[in-house]
Design a protein around this ligand. Structure first.
Ligand SMILES: NC(=O)c1ccc[n+]([C@@H]2O[C@H](COP(=O)([O-])OP(=O)(O)OC[C@H]3O[C@@H](n4cnc5c(N)ncnc54)[C@H](OP(=O)(O)O)[C@@H]3O)[C@@H](O)[C@H]2O)c1
Length: 248
């Protein structure tokens, strides 16, 4: 039996891109997926598609920047499926711009979604994993969590933070013998709706050009499935996944 079969997986940012692809991939392998994001129409459609293919999915509209809504999401997953085995901490935005443009509101939003959202999910969901001494947290960092480039400063800062949170969580859970696996996934260019979050037209055009080499979100979904599929005593801690032809 697959090590994904019957696992309860909460996915944040499931309404598009990598989160949506992960939901389809994991549900096709027998996971019970709990879909979350802000756009209900997308979540409802995805639930329908998964169920129509014989998979199990429920959804809850959730904004990761709300601690209360993240707590409600965790409670919802447990009420629907009894436990939470995996958190795919995926919701994120990338409104890149040069610091000199002073887009401070966008800095705030990136920090709120990409850092605080990841922490709020951990705060809401990991306690029940600790109680059961079993779980898996998969955080979506980025190549931007390893390299810094002009225009990406704040986004890179948030993704470096995700990497730090992943490694700190890994060490603390291992130290306490909680049997919680932590996987930090750092994609390169992947086709999704992420570039739509960029307000600066010149920056957006430049990245659209760079993203011509992008790989499909299903490639990252396969990597997520690979990490979950490992035996419980094996933790894939770090994955960097670029298109073969991506340089930076
Ligand atoms: N695509 C890439 O090239 C790439 C590369 C490296 C890393 N990543 C990372 O991969 C993750 C997924 O991104 P993607 O590429 O799949 O982009 P995407 O298609 O834009 O998906 C982002 C998801 O995050 C959700 N989201 C945004 N703000 C939210 C909020 N406040 N509360 C809850 N959900 C929220 C969006 O749903 P709603 O708008 O419906 O809420 C959407 O489902 C992100 O963390 C991103 O930084 C992507």
């Amino acid at each position: 039996m697959s090590n994904i079969q019957d696992k309860v997986v909460i996915i944040t940012g499931a309404s598009s891109g990598i989160g949506e692809a992960a939901a389809k991939e994991l549900a096709s392998k027998g996971a019970k997926v709990v879909l979350s994001a802000r756009r209900e129409d997308r979540l409802k459609q995805l639930q329908y598609e998964i169920q129509a293919s014989g998979g199990q999915a429920v959804y809850k509209v959730t904004d990761v920047t709300s601690r209360e809504q993240m707590e409600q999401l965790a409670a919802f997953a447990i009420s629907e499926f009894g436990q939470i085995d995996v958190l795919v901490n995926n919701a994120g935005i990338m409104p890149q711009a040069f610091l000199a443009e002073n887009k401070v509101d966008e800095w705030d939003k990136m920090i709120d979604v990409n850092i605080k959202g990841v922490l709020y999910a951990i705060a809401a969901i990991v306690p029940s994993m600790r109680e059961r001494k079993s779980g898996h947290v998969i955080n979506l960092s980025s190549v931007a969590g390893h390299n810094i480039y002009p225009g990406g400063t704040v986004y890179c800062g948030t993704k470096f933070a995700v990497k730090a949170i992943s490694e700190g969580l890994r060490q603390e859970e291992a130290m306490n013998g909680n049997n919680i696996r932590v996987t930090n996934i750092s994609p390169g260019a992947v086709t999704s709706e992420l570039l739509e979050t960029i307000s600066d037209p010149v920056m957006k055009a430049g990245l659209e050009d760079f993203y011509q080499v992008a790989i499909g979100a299903d490639r990252i979904a396969s990597a997520i499935a690979f990490a979950i599929e490992q035996p419980a005593d094996v933790a894939i801690n770090e994955m960097i996944i670029r298109p073969t032809v991506q340089v930076g």
